[in-house]
Design a protein around this ligand. Sequence first.
Ligand code: AP5
Ligand code: MG
Length: 225
Amino acid sequence: MRLVMLGAPGSGKGTQAERLSKKYNIPQISTGDIFRALKRGEQLPGMTLSKETIDEISSIMNSGNLVSDDITIKVIENRIAMSDCQNGFILDGFPRNIPQGEALDRLLEKHNIKLDAVLELDVPDEAIVERLSGRRYCKACGKTYNLESNMPTEEDRANCPEHCENLILRDDDKPEVVKQRLATYHDVTEHLKPYYKNQDKLITVIGRKNLENTIKDVDEALAKL
Ligand code: AP5
Ligand code: MG
């Protein structure tokens, strides 16, 4: 399975990608997670970025804008070439504009592979603002939760070294940054919808329902592939 997750910030891309990654036993490749790991001081295997570049990434993310295509595309090229991607992958947050979409097409052609689908999660802006104000992540295990709809289960707590006791707000989930991230999505990223519709790859799932129903709809949509 080779899948792209498309959707506004907070639409649930990461939540579904993480679950599907376990279900299909293929890696979830989240450019946002990769950039946040760089900010924490981790380096990427096979790729070294300077401190200036990482500072630049950090300040762009905190403003709600997009990191440069040059860096983002290199990160994806490097990641997709790794051996764990041979049986498939889920791209979560890439591509985010037409040049990134075109770069992905070239990359897929180079590896002689094709996307199975682009799964769009369609959630209205009002629901997004509410959701992101309730989103928290666990610093110890990295899992994402929601104070309203998705708290850690007994199993989550048992799997975390700190039992998910310290849940925190992401730097870019402050209301003014969320507003800019939504504007970037509508101005730039949404152009990928007609792009993938033309390629006959776009599947849209209404992600505004509760988590359980969204999971059911996503699984049903993917089962038809
Ligand atoms: P990134 O980390 O990708 O952020 P994003 O697209 O803004 O998306 P989020 O991770 O905020 O949301 P999500 O859709 O994953 O939702 P989640 O599952 O957490 O990118 C961050 C930044 O990095 C960008 O702003 C940019 O600067 C940079 N960047 C990244 N990729 C880039 C690229 N390709 N090019 C350039 N720059 C790039 O769910 C949200 C919340 O809702 C959670 O609390 C969850 O528990 C809850 N939830 C999920 N589904 C449901 C449901 N169905 N019902 C109720 N609650 C739900
Ligand atoms: Mg995410």
